[in-house]
Design a protein around this ligand. Structure first.
Ligand code: F6P
Length: 564
């Protein structure tokens, strides 16, 4: 079954009511709606706008909303037939219209007893079969039963992949490093810049290194180039040590993850050492498939299963909870509220958790490759802005870089703050004989920032501090800057699964409202094609190949004059 026609949102009475509501509560950053007043009037506001899903505790109360706003936004979601779109997603309808594919990443984390038939095939059984094969392999590598060609235990896995075949694994590996318990570290090579491969491998011992070539299509230029470089690196180094059985070296030191298992064996990797997935898993939605092999190897099968259970908890909540009470839907609709009514162009994601430092980069692909579109799934133009820019940095580093603009700039930037109550490695700091918990100092910043953003500081409060009148305006904080706070008790695999599933589904809901196909990515194709056309002109001195536009030619000439 195909998905319905997209809703012409701006023509709906639900949209018009939102426009009217917007004009009564706010004009840009000026304050017809004041968070100070809303909190003063309603002492239960924080409780009323807080939600639990999986291990996440989510406080939406510091957003520019009232009950009425949430009601109107969720009415719009209903008008866009969100409920049936969610059903289509979970049950394999071809909602990736331009590629005519189902979108079934939720099947990757279903309970092993579930049955989900797509085209007569129980895909949950297929998923479990690959997971079982991954876990068996991971157990062997972790125990040393699978060793390198000289019998040494594998100590480093190098994942070679890009985009969805890199960003998810590297983000989760960084997030869950405290769970890497088998003496195996992971590294990630993604860029075709030769410096990336060099920096990630120059200190590695080939005898203890296992390469994972991770590519959904197994055609991606960057990944295949790096894979060939890796093969040469391994064989050159082993040959220099007198180990000359190249086929066996590749067999022991290379495995692959792909949907194109024929191309994997063409590359020379034994299909027995290849882990498959399916074209109904989008690259940026694939970290919980075999693409997470580096995680199963370093963190272990049990932690990987816990990670999957975190996704599942959010999926179940999202699927089963009424739209009006559903925090995943409400968060997505808040993004629509800020982008399409307040004109916000960006959204900052600020993890107060060093281990989540790659989360903003991961989210950039998830959200921007999904919703950076200007036509809808029926090929008609979009009716509103789509696809805000997601960005961010781990707190408190961001505070000392760009928070100035969020607090006092002219642009409205919605923010998501993320923190865990218990750090994996607590440390006390001795200050004048008193033991201070450093994590509490860190969390104090997390709490302080959203408070400052919401409530600001008035001119009278600034004056009361004895500030000279001339600089009072510079020290006023307008407040009313929206933030969402997300907390969890611990940094666990399930929590990281919760977070990913939360943002996956937020992205999906926004796509449904805007009417875009959140699962294709045609916008990355043109640059790839042009690079292939341009490459011969750069590397050759044959002037006949110089057929570029004048700017590109000018830059190529600069390169040719300067190359050594
Ligand atoms: O950048 C485009 C893209 O197709 C992404 O969507 C994908 O995650 C990435 O390239 C890598 O693709 P593959 O896993 O097929 O190598």
């Amino acid at each position: 079954m195909q998905i319905n026609k997209p809703t012409d949102i701006t023509n709906t009475k639900e949209w018009k009511k939102l426009q009217k509501h917007f004009s009564t509560i706010s004009k840009g950053l000026s304050k017809n709606l004041s968070l100070r007043e809303l909190f003063n009037k309603n002492p239960n506001r924080a409780k009323e706008f807080s939600y639990s899903v999986g291990d996440l505790y989510i406080d939406l109360s510091k957003n520019l909303i009232t009950d009425e706003t949430v009601g109107l936004l969720t009415n719009l979601a209903e008008k866009c037939d969100l409920k049936s779109a969610i059903h289509s997603q979970f049950f394999g309808d071809h909602i990736n219209v331009t590629e005519d594919r189902a979108v079934l990443h939720t099947a990757l984390r279903r309970k092993d007893t579930d049955i989900l038939e797509v085209d007569g095939q129980n895909v949950v059984a297929d998923v479990r079969e690959v997971l079982f094969k991954m876990y068996e392999f991971a157990d062997k590598v972790r125990s040393g039963e699978w060793s390198g060609i000289t019998g040494k235990k594998i100590q480093t896995v190098v994942n070679i992949g890009i985009g969805g075949s890199d960003l998810g694994p590297v983000m989760v590996y960084e997030a869950l490093k405290p769970y890497a318990d088998a003496g195996i570290a992971a590294r990630f090579v993604s860029n075709i810049d030769p410096s990336d491969f060099y920096e990630k491998t120059s200190d590695l011992d080939p005898e203890t290194t296992l390469f994972i070539i991770c590519s959904k299509t197994f055609t991606t230029l960057e990944t295949l180039t790096n894979a060939r470089i890796a093969k040469k690196w391994l064989l050159d180094k082993l040959n220099a040590k007198g180990i000359t059985d190249n086929a066996e070296s590749v067999r022991k030191h290379f495995v692959a993850v792909s949907t194109a298992l024929d191309l994997v064996s063409e590359f020379g990797i034994d299909p027995k050492n290849a882990f498959g997935f399916w074209n109904w898993v989008g690259g940026r939605y694939s970290v919980d498939s075999a693409v997470g092999l580096s995680l199963a190897l370093t963190l272990g099968p049990r932690n990987f299963e816990n990670f999957l259970s975190g996704f599942r908890d959010v999926d179940n909540y999202f699927y089963n909870t009424d739209l009006k009470e559903n925090v995943v839907v409400i968060m997505a609709m808040l993004n629509i509220w800020y982008v399409n009514f307040f004109g916000a162009a960006t959204h900052a994601v600020l993890p107060y958790c060093q281990y989540l430092h790659r989360f903003p980069a991961y989210l950039q692909q998830l959200t921007m490759e999904s919703n950076g579109k200007s036509v809808r799934w029926d090929s008609s133009p979009v009716l509103t802005d789509t696809g805000e820019v997601f960005w961010g940095e781990a707190g408190t580093n961001g505070q000392h870089a760009f928070y100035q603009l969020i607090h006092q700039g002219t642009r409205l930037i919605p923010t998501d703050f993320i923190a865990v109550a218990n750090p994996p490695h607590p440390i006390k700091d001795d200050v004048d004989g008193k033991q201070k918990d450093v994590h509490e100092l860190f969390l104090a910043n997390f709490f302080a920032q959203t408070k400052a953003l919401a409530f600001g500081k008035t001119a009278d409060e600034v004056r009361a501090e004895g500030t000279s009148e001339k600089i009072v305006p510079a020290r006023v904080f307008a407040g009313n800057r929206p933030s969402t706070s997300i907390m969890s008790a611990e940094l666990t695999p399930a929590f990281v699964g919760n977070l990913i599933a939360l943002y996956e589904q937020i992205t999906f809901v926004q796509g449904i409202i805007w009417g875009v196909d959140s699962f294709d990515q045609w916008g990355v194709e043109l640059g790839k094609q042009l690079a292939l056309q341009i490459e011969p002109a750069i590397s050759s001195d044959n002037d006949a190949l110089q057929t570029q536009d004048s700017s590109t030619q000018n830059l190529i000439n600069f390169y040719r004059q300067n190359r050594k």
